[in-house]
Write a protein that binds this ligand. Structure first.
Ligand SMILES: [Zn+2]
Ligand SMILES: [Zn+2]
Length: 248
């Protein structure tokens, strides 16, 4: 069996015509969506098939299309959606329905707050949580197959050891790299050299850089090259629509 990863959105809260906000679709036994920022919904060809959404954190560029997804599923005759996220996700969803009361009870919503090291079984796979560093409750996720982590998605974070540990031995690390090294004093996010310093010690087959601010435009090759200087693996810049297949 293979796992298909599709980058729905690779951008941030600042508009870029070629990048909508964060969203990654991973085809396990069923499709699982990681983050659901603005622009993600219109690119989901079969929103009814999506019954699991994992949110890395509750910044708008990662959650803006969640209610739109719920509405689209309702209008399409879909019944249910499970939403997972860090501490505060359940409260946030409740407040979302306070703002849109007409959407209450249209479909069954089940929300789970997750914490560091929590594990969620999705069919034959397991999603493993790792606490990240983003100035608010935030999680990265590993996708494991037969107890081996194959795919890791960092969400928004500074480069952290928890993600490095989770990614050691993985096929692909999808890591945010919001800014090039030329942007000074970056906190709560990642630059190429900061990423390389933390991930240089691990073994991972491929690193894909996502969550790209407009500041990265024109620096893409340099960013890839910098990470490669630290990490002996394939490095790529994500693009909306890009897809990878991982053998499992
Ligand atoms: Zn964020
Ligand atoms: Zn973000």
């Amino acid at each position: 069996m293979s796992i298909r990863i599709r980058f729905i959105g690779t951008g941030v809260a600042m508009p870029q015509p070629h990048r909508v906000q964060s969203g990654i679709l991973v085809e396990l036994d069923c499709p699982v969506l990681f983050d659901c920022g603005s622009g993600v919904l219109p690119r989901l060809t079969d929103c009814n098939a999506i019954r699991h959404v994992f949110l890395t954190h509750l910044h708008l560029d990662h959650v803006a299309d969640v209610m739109s997804l719920i509405k689209a599923k309702w209008l399409s005759g879909s019944n249910d959606l499970k939403i997972y996220g860090p501490s505060g996700t359940r409260d946030w969803v409740a407040r979302l329905f306070d703002a849109y009361p007409y959407m209450r009870d249209k479909i069954a919503i089940d929300v789970t707050d997750l914490a560091d090291h929590d594990r969620v079984s999705i069919g034959s796979h397991e999603i493993i949580c790792a606490k990240t560093a983003h100035g608010m409750p935030s999680l990265g996720y590993g996708i494991a197959d037969d107890a081996r982590v194959k795919i890791v998605y960092s969400g928004d974070t500074e480069p952290v050891e928890s993600i490095a540990r989770l990614s050691d031995g993985a096929e692909i690390l999808i890591h945010e790299c919001s800014f090039p090294d030329s942007v000074p004093d970056v906190t709560n996010h990642t630059t190429p050299s900061a990423l390389g310093e933390v991930m240089g010690a691990i073994s991972v087959a491929r690193i894909v850089l996502t969550h790209l601010y407009p500041h990265t435009r024109g620096f893409e090759d340099e960013m890839v090259q910098t990470v490669r200087e630290y990490c002996d693996c394939d490095v790529a810049i994500a693009a909306d629509g890009m897809a990878f297949v991982i053998d499992s």
